[in-house]
Design a protein around this ligand. Structure first.
Ligand code: NIG
Ligand code: FE
Length: 396
């Protein structure tokens, strides 16, 4: 066992509302064994390594719980079209959007995808991300979706959580949504389960994309096979996704811009986390989700980038938090909580990470900056050190 002591830090409280000076942490094999005042570090422990954090601020590292980081090609041209009034749905109907990324992703080798994706992963790590969710969903056929899952499982650096999003859009080989979902459920889900390539299944539920009945059947099949669920829900309209997420005890319902009071009330009584993606909302020029109402009702919220080549071609956590403050009336402690413990809850890994508590991984950020310097300047993360399981992480 490698026992480490991190001493002399200013520790953010679990609700990020206060800073506790002269704190210390005992870490055993990458896991926090004890945390508390420096003066009360348990006696008679033999430390292999003692790190003096020199009164720096320490808080849990960030968890990015919703990304589409694996893709090939660019959709920069579409951005200009959308900006000139062509809608996301119109672009998709003309074979652009997700289907255009699909063509590039199917055509890319495992090696190319790994190189492209690893660079993007590194850029998340540079911003203090220790756990990163990555979805498939840009291959949409059996061979290439498996290829993408294999690539995701080869990435290095942070803890990677892979999610199967075969149900992102219907590929051109199929003329019917229900038939495509049945194909995924019969052919891909069992193989993914058997090879342990992903534990989570996601689906994009929206009018004109995957609709209620067919989605419900697919979710039930995934659940029966033992997958955890997460849903792209209520992004473009008050559609069926959020209700289905709540009914199926999905880990999260993501986007959730269009919610009525009944749904908000249901979130407050469930473990399903509302994952809010305001940077995508900025790019999509749509309304922001009702964060204040969700939080005030007692629901758990998380924040994430939704990084993807279409609706959010940016990996910038700082701007996500900034928008949450500027446009969604979230307080700074709420933003930090949403990007740490809230995100851990969205991935249902909150017993393992998301806060600095005994029994959880020693994943933390250490900095000379103050909490108020974060989520303040667009595109800017203050200088910091990132520790994952007690080890400092460097990205070249
Ligand atoms: O989360 N809504 C569906 N999926 C993505 C967009 C994917 C794309 O446009 O490539 C999202 O916004
Ligand atoms: Fe998404």
């Amino acid at each position: 066992m490698s026992l480490q002591l991190f001493k002399n830090c200013r520790l953010a409280s679990t609700d990020f509302k206060t800073i506790v000076p002269k704190s210390a942490m005992v870490v055993n094999g990458g896991v926090i064994q004890w945390v508390g005042p420096q003066a009360k570090v348990p006696k008679n422990l033999k430390f292999k390594k003692v790190t003096d954090l020199k009164s720096k601020l320490v808080f849990p590292s960030f968890i990015e719980c919703h990304t589409h980081t694996l893709f090939a090609g660019s959709r920069a041209d579409e951005f200009e079209l959308r900006n000139n009034g062509v809608s996301y749905t119109e672009i998709a109907a003309k074979g652009g959007g997700i289907i255009s990324t699909m063509k590039h992703t199917r055509g890319a080798s495992e090696k190319t995808l790994l190189q492209l994706t690893q660079k993007r992963v590194d850029s998340f790590v540079k911003q203090g991300v220790s756990t990163l969710e990555i979805k498939t969903g840009y291959a949409l056929d059996a061979k290439n979706e498996i290829k993408c899952l294999k690539v995701i499982n080869k990435l290095k650096g942070p803890r990677i959580i892979s999610t199967f999003l075969g149900a992102h859009a219907r590929p051109p080989e199929f003329s019917d949504n229900a038939a495509y979902l049945e194909f995924l459920a019969e052919n891909l889900l069992p193989e993914i389960k058997k090879k342990k390539l992903a534990q989570r299944v996601d689906i994009f539920i929206e009018n004109k994309f995957f609709e209620k009945e067919e989605s419900q059947k697919y979710l039930q099949k995934a659940k029966d096979l033992g997958f955890d669920l997460t849903i792209h829900a209520n992004q473009l309209s008050l559609s069926a996704g959020a209700g289905l997420a709540l009914d199926h005890d999905a880990h999260s319902a993501d986007h959730v811009i269009n919610l009525d009071d009944g749904l908000i009330n249901k979130f407050s009584k469930s473990k399903t986390v509302a994952v809010l993606l305001p940077l995508a909302d900025l790019y999509m020029k749509c309304a922001y989700p009702p964060a204040r109402k969700l939080i005030d009702s007692g629901a758990t919220v998380a924040l994430a980038t939704d990084f993807n080549p279409g609706s959010c071609p940016s990996q910038d956590l700082a701007t996500v938090g900034l928008l949450a403050r500027l446009e969604m009336k979230m307080t700074l402690p709420e933003v930090f909580t949403a990007y740490t413990l809230g995100a851990a809850k969205a991935l249902r890994i909150d017993s393992e990470e998301g806060s600095i508590e005994a029994g959880k991984a020693a994943n933390f950020i250490c900095t000379d900056a103050e909490l108020s310097d974060f989520f303040y300047s667009a595109g800017f993360t203050p200088e910091h050190q990132l520790f994952i399981r007690g080890k400092e992480v460097f990205v070249g």
